[in-house]
Design a protein around this ligand. Structure first.
Ligand code: PAF
Length: 293
């Protein structure tokens, strides 16, 4: 496994594979890798000849300096996890797994401030877009750069960040990137908590408390069968808010493509509930989602 730190080294490595007719998978990450990321990398290794994994805590998508400062940075253990995934897939496929890790500095990515503006309403203005102004603009800045550097055949994103995929889908169409966007299912702990790099910031007690988020979402699937959409939405919010140490920031039940709120279960055949909850003393901001249809 090769680790490169500059755009020119990344391009040179990938150009060599591309000139041999190899397909390239890209897995953009901010590091602090866990089993959720491993599932994206595993899928990319299976579907492509070579996989680029970027590890970069992108400052332009943080609108809170404290959040950026406390974001875990763990390059060494990230590389160990990637080596383990590469070995596993290689022994299953009976063929070498090729991973190029791209771990650039902030100066390498942003030699000068990125002033580009991306705007894809309503996907980037609702929910996370409303509570974290500028967040999706920063995501589009970095992801568009990564797409241009790596020119991947396929790019892999986890569905835990459901809204992020909807925004990136719009950007891919808008900018005409010639790649296949591959959304991958949420990976959960055995007890149901959605895997997130932020989970490492929870104390043991907070970790126990956080599991109420996914449990309530799962239970709401049953509740929704005999209740209106708004009743279900309110039931989720009040059940989670009653748990000490949890506070719902929003729970929106939306059309899975436009991300616009809907008012009845009959309004769409693609319905997803997206939640953000503050958990614990820091607090840690946790997101999750559940598909109703
Ligand atoms: O989902 C993430 O980890 C980040 O938003 C991404 C896509 C790597 C861009 O920094």
């Amino acid at each position: 496994m090769n680790v490169v730190h500059t755009v020119s080294d990344l391009k040179a490595q990938l150009a060599a594979f591309r000139s041999n007719g190899c397909s390239i998978g890209l897995v953009p990450t901010m590091g602090a890798l866990h089993a959720g990321h491993a599932s994206l990398v595993r899928r990319s290794l299976i579907e492509n000849d070579a996989t680029a994994v970027s590890i970069f805590v992108n400052p332009t998508q943080f609108n809170d300096q404290n959040d950026l400062d406390k974001y875990p940075r763990t390059l060494e253990s990230d590389c160990q996890l990637l080596t383990a995934v590469a070995d596993e897939v290689a022994s299953e496929k009976g063929k070498e797994s090729i991973i190029v890790v791209f771990a650039p500095s902030v100066e390498e990515i942003y030699p000068e401030p990125d002033t580009r503006q991306f705007s894809y309403p309503p996907t980037d203005t609702v929910m996370e877009g409303a509570f974290r102004p500028g967040h999706f603009n920063g995501v589009c800045q970095i992801v568009s750069k990564l797409f241009s550097f790596a020119e991947p055949t396929r790019a892999y994103f986890g569905e835990k960040d459901f809204q992020q995929i909807a925004v990136i889908r719009r950007m891919v169409d808008d900018k005409g990137f010639d790649l296949l966007l591959c959304p991958c299912p949420i990976v959960r702990e055995a007890d149901g908590l959605a895997l997130s790099s932020r989970n490492t910031l929870l104390s043991t007690d907070e970790r126990q408390t956080a599991v109420n988020i996914s449990h309530t979402l799962f239970e709401s699937l049953e509740y929704a069968k005999n209740h209106t959409l708004e009743e279900t939405r309110q039931w989720v919010v009040s059940k989670i808010d009653k748990v000490e140490g949890l506070e719902v920031q929003y729970y929106n039940i939306v059309d899975g493509k436009s991300l616009q709120d809907i008012s009845s279960w009959d309004d769409s055949d693609d319905i997803v509930g997206c939640i953000t909850v503050f958990c614990g003393h820091l607090p840690v901001r946790l997101i999750d989602n559940i598909r109703y249809k």
